[in-house]
Design a protein around this ligand. Structure first.
Ligand code: HXC
Length: 510
């Protein structure tokens, strides 16, 4: 018996040492933590239960039978984050570069299956050289097994990927199918084909960082949701982020206790919207002033900043916010912002997170780049997502709500539950000047007439009353009372029930 215990201890020591001290030192020298250090930082103290510590690969080629490391390059198991259970895997770059063998993939599949059964999130800490080259097709099969589970888990349990090292080739598609991707600056990258292949095929010279670094994916491609300075920051922010999410689609939105009164009056909001309708203002100020304790977890802050998305709490409940940002492109909707917000709305709807939509939108961004890029179908993604969503939906029009963009932004017509407007709201087909230049084209050149017609049009439509008269706006509210009114609206929608007609699945314009 004592011999078995000695062997067990030896195996544990070997597993904990991964690829050995030299490789651990190399990992640290790159500014990266090891797989186990990352888990320690992410989870609550002493909460980690490891599984499959002794799993080894069964590869016999290229001398691999003599190179076995217990755990085979990935640490898997479960633990808690602020008391809430999660399942997770953390790839160990010190063991065969964290590369994925069939055995390594089986370990990941096992925790994904278990997370689905118990209904808790799956977190993947990715740091891998891709398919285990010595193994071949069995490794590819392992990837596909993970992909299939990513798809089955989508909309059932939240899936979060943190890219903390290499993630290349087909390996990128597992994170791509998870709900959120966070990256670490300078030490992580994601691309389908690396700089050398790019050079050969397209003759472009590009560095790893330029092609698929954290900055590229959080500012240009929109593949990743946020870039963090280092492993420690990424893991601590992830702990905070997880606090907004329910464990699965079986749970209602999370409630936490708050000391911030739901009826807090915010007089400063009276002057947020400038009297000149062409002057921008910062919509984030409104988001922060509405949120419990001013706490806002923004997602994709550096991508398509003409729309703001992220989580706040109101009266202690998690709320997903979608808001036009008049500071960027005057808050117009375009391809990138529609895709960004559309995916977020769908995430919230999957996981019973109510939606707050703050509207100041002059329309869709015009131009050939937008039309050739398919703004018709891309814009339809956001429209589709809002229309399909059955979670409680509260909308506030702060200023402009013009044209098709008015309809899209969680309007009453897309089953908005409570739709408010501030007194400065203008709900119209378009701005007064543009409208007059179309319907009174023959008056162009006669400045006085045009001015008079514009004033007439403004008086008629540059206010929230026409829409209120038609019941499209439930009430015009004072900016200072906005938090109280919205908190109350969500409170009253808490037991909302709405189901879409049965179907296999919808056909969202992808
Ligand atoms: C087996 C691997 C490996 C792999 C790295 N290693 N990648 N072992 N299979 N895919 C091993 C190395 O041999 C080395 O072992 C250790 O990991 C660290 O690697 P280094 O090269 O020393 O590290 P670094 O300089 O940081 O470079 C990291 C790297 C590079 C950029 C990831 O290792 C690399 O290019 N690897 C190959 C990547 C690749 O082509 N993968 C297959 C992609 S195709 P020692 O013993 O020296 O420590 C793919 C298909 C997936 O993934 C398809 C899914 C559908």
């Amino acid at each position: 018996m004592s011999e078995i215990i000695r062997q067990l201890e030896e195996k544990r020591v070997a597993a904990r040492l991964g690829g050995g001290q030299r490789r651990i030192d190399a990992q640290h020298a790159k500014g990266k933590l090891t797989a186990r250090e990352r888990i320690d930082l992410l989870l609550d103290e002493d909460s980690f239960e490891e599984w499959d510590m002794f799993v080894e690969h069964d590869i016999h080629d290229f001398g691999m039978e003599d190179q076995k490391v217990p755990g085979d390059g990935v640490v898997t198991g479960s633990g808690t984050i602020n008391g809430k259970l999660v399942f997770l895997f953390s790839q160990d770059f010190t063991v065969f570069g964290g590369s994925l063998s069939a055995a390594h993939a089986r370990k990941i599949c096992k925790i994904m299956d278990q997370a689905m059964k118990v209904g808790v999130p799956v977190i993947g800490l990715n740091d891998s050289g891709g398919a285990r080259i010595q193994e071949g097709v069995a490794s590819l099969a392992g990837y596909a097994d993970v992909f299939q589970r990513n798809v089955m888990a989508s909309g059932v349990v939240p899936q979060i990927s943190v890219i903390m090292g290499p993630c290349a080739g087909g390996a990128v598609y597992s994170p791509a199918m998870t709900d959120f991707i966070f990256m670490v600056k300078d030490s992580s990258y994601m691309f389908v084909t690396g700089p050398d292949v790019v050079k050969t095929v397209t003759h472009e010279t590009v560095t790893q960082e330029e092609l698929g670094g954290a900055v590229t994916h959080t500012t240009r491609s929109g593949v990743a949701d946020e870039a963090f300075e280092n492993d420690v920051e990424a893991l601590l922010k992830l702990r905070r982020f997880m606090g907004y999410l329910p464990s699965s689609n079986r749970e209602k939105a999370l409630m936490v206790e708050t000391l911030d009164p739901v009826d807090r009056v915010e007089p400063s909001l009276e002057t947020l919207v400038p009297s000149n309708p062409t002057k921008p203002y910062d919509m984030k100020e409104l988001v922060v002033k509405l949120a419990d304790e001013g706490d806002f977890f923004e997602i994709q802050p550096d991508y398509a900043p003409n729309i703001i998305i992220g989580f706040i709490r109101m009266g202690g409940a998690t709320i997903g916010v979608v808001a036009n940002q008049p500071m960027v492109l005057a808050g117009c909707l375009d391809i990138d912002s529609a895709r960004k917000a559309g995916r977020f709305v769908r995430f919230c709807d999957c996981f019973n997170i109510p939606l707050l939509t703050l509207v100041d939108v002059p329309g869709f961004l015009p131009g050939t780049a937008q039309e050739y890029g398919g703004i018709i179908k891309q814009g339809a993604k956001l429209l589709f997502a809002f229309a399909e969503a059955t979670v409680p939906k509260v909308t506030l029009i702060t200023r402009k709500a013009y044209g098709g963009a008015y309809d899209v932004m969680s309007s009453k017509h897309l089953r908005g539950d409570v739709n408010y407007a501030w007194p400065a709201a203008e709900i119209a087909v378009m701005g007064a000047k543009g409208a007059v230049e179309i319907i009174f084209r023959s008056d162009i050149g006669d400045d006085e007439k045009i001015e008079q017609r514009t004033a007439e049009y403004s008086e008629k439509f540059a206010n929230p009353f026409v829409a209120s008269r038609l019941g499209f706006i439930d009430d015009v509210i004072l900016p200072r009372n906005t938090r109280r009114r919205i908190c109350r609206a969500f409170e009253r929608l808490r037991n909302k029930q709405l189901e879409n007609p049965w179907k296999k699945h919808a056909n969202i314009p992808l």
